[in-house]
Structures are given as C-alpha cells and as structure tokens.
Write a protein that binds this ligand. Structure first.
Ligand SMILES: [Zn+2]
Length: 55
C-alpha cells in the first residue's frame, strides 16, 4: 500500500476545474424568471409559481 500514490491521485482530482453544467434546452424553451421552472411553449404563466412570463 502506498499512501503517497493515494495522495497524488487526490491532488490530481482537485486540480481538475469544475465542469460547468451547460443547460441544454430545446429551441424556444423558456424558464420562469422567478422560480426557474421550465415553461411550456407558449405558456403565459409559470405552472409552478404563477408568475407571468413571456410577452
Ligand atoms: Zn415560476
């Protein structure tokens, strides 16, 4: 067992930058500006919080 190798592996993981999660959304998809819920195409109001969306 080599503790040194384990330590190097741990450092390697920490060196890797966090990968930003890109939100893949279909064309025309909108999200509520209030709660961030996905809105149905053409929706006038958020189905989650009722905030008026679109325009
Ligand atoms: Zn909402």
């Amino acid at each position: 067992m080599s503790g040194q190798e384990a330590q190097q592996a741990q450092q390697a993981q920490q060196a890797q930058p966090a990968q930003p999660q890109q939100v893949v959304s279909p064309a025309g998809a909108k999200f509520c500006s209030n709660c961030g819920a996905a809105l149905a195409p053409g929706a006038k109001f958020c189905s989650e919080c009722g905030t008026k969306v679109g325009g």
